[in-house]
Write a protein that binds this ligand. Structure first.
Ligand code: SF4
Length: 337
């Protein structure tokens, strides 16, 4: 076993995070948490995880639910494809694996939404078997420790990292090692101002030795973030508001949004009483900045508006909480309904 992994394992047992809500030895809990933790921080995930497990306590329960319900539990967490993949995977796990999360790396990789790092995480954290995790925290620790200045977003760097991470794997205690290296990245080897004095692997850390902690990980400049403007139409009638299911491909596919100008032409809009223009808002995604403007309309009798019932729904505030809606829609509903 490498001295690196020995030190990480000993450190984790005393200083690591050992009370996270998914550290229950349930492979189902580990799987759900690992999908939620893709691109999302632990503190954000915790309340979503509790709510999700309360409503879907097992694979069987999840597979027998419906996608709308799953998306509603994901509302506000972002990257909604993850929810769709969890739902699809639960059906496969029920049919092919009798409801048990497979403890085989290749069978895990066959499930929608599970890539190499997530499969490695499930193998080690759920089954205490060998598995390489390469999330953002782990990559930072490994790059700094080895003094690797290659841009982290290059595929060659990813390949080198995988090789290095595999070489460092212990022969046992896979769970503590994987949790430990993630904890080290999250608690000590932080993106800025790492606390190297407290680090269990500082003795052989190239960045600590050469003072490169704030240079590594090196990033190639990102592509410019694109801007997109969205114009929503908020139609309210008494305590209800009209939502439309988004059937176009993209980040918000299958979620409920407000209708837009393409759904309601001027003729239809003239039939409504315009109330106000709501304050515009921006919503930042990793690759895009959305500028959102909202026109609010009022309608005395909602049944007078001709809509395709299959794609639209009238909901009040309580009902809207149970819908799968993205964060900006949730914010608008909370503030203007
Ligand atoms: S010594 Fe510092 S830079 Fe090196 S791995 Fe530890 S915390 Fe990170």
């Amino acid at each position: 076993m490498s001295s690196f992994s020995k030190k990480i394992i000993s450190w984790q047992k005393i200083n690591g995070r050992n009370n996270l809500p998914w550290q229950t030895k349930s492979p189902y809990h580990v799987w759900i948490s690992e999908i939620m933790l893709q691109q999302t921080q632990v503190k954000t995930v915790i309340p979503y995880f509790h709510k999700f497990i309360n409503s879907f306590p097992s694979v069987r329960f999840l597979a027998k639910s419906n996608l709308d319900d799953v998306l509603a539990h994901w509302s506000g967490l972002g990257y909604y494809n993850r929810a769709k993949n969890i739902y699809l995977s639960s059906k496969i796990i029920l049919e092919k694996h009798n409801g048990s999360i497979p403890d085989n790396y290749h069978e895990l990789l066959d499930l929608p939404g599970i890539g190499e790092s997530t499969a490695g995480a499930i193998m080690s954290l759920a089954f205490d078997k060998s598995g390489v995790i390469l999330d953002g925290n782990v990559k930072r620790v490994l790059l700094r420790n080895s003094g690797n200045k290659s841009p982290v977003n290059l595929s060659k760097t990813q390949k080198d990292l995988k090789k290095f991470a595999t070489e460092l794997l212990p022969k046992e205690n896979f769970n503590s090692y994987s949790q430990g290296i993630m904890d080290l990245g999250s608690l000590i080897c932080t993106p800025t101002n790492p606390e190297c004095g407290k680090c269990p692997v500082k003795r052989k850390c190239v960045s600590f030795d050469l003072g490169l902690q704030n240079v590594i990980p090196f990033k190639k400049s990102k592509n410019q973030i694109k801007e997109k403007s969205i114009k929503w139409i908020l139609i309210s009638s008494k305590d209800k508001v009209l939502l439309k299911r988004n059937d176009t491909k993209g980040i918000w596919q299958n979620l409920w949004l407000f209708p837009n100008e393409n759904n309601f032409n001027q003729k239809k809009l003239s039939f409504l009483e315009k109330k106000e223009t709501l304050p515009s808002m921006t919503h930042n995604l990793s690759h895009r900045k959305l500028s959102i403007s909202i026109e609010k309309y009022f309608l005395k009798d909602k049944d007078k508006l001709s809509i395709d019932r299959r794609g639209y729904i009238w909901v009040n505030k309580t009902e809207s909480v149970k819908m799968g809606v993205p964060k900006p829609v949730k914010t608008i509903l909370e503030n203007h309904l």
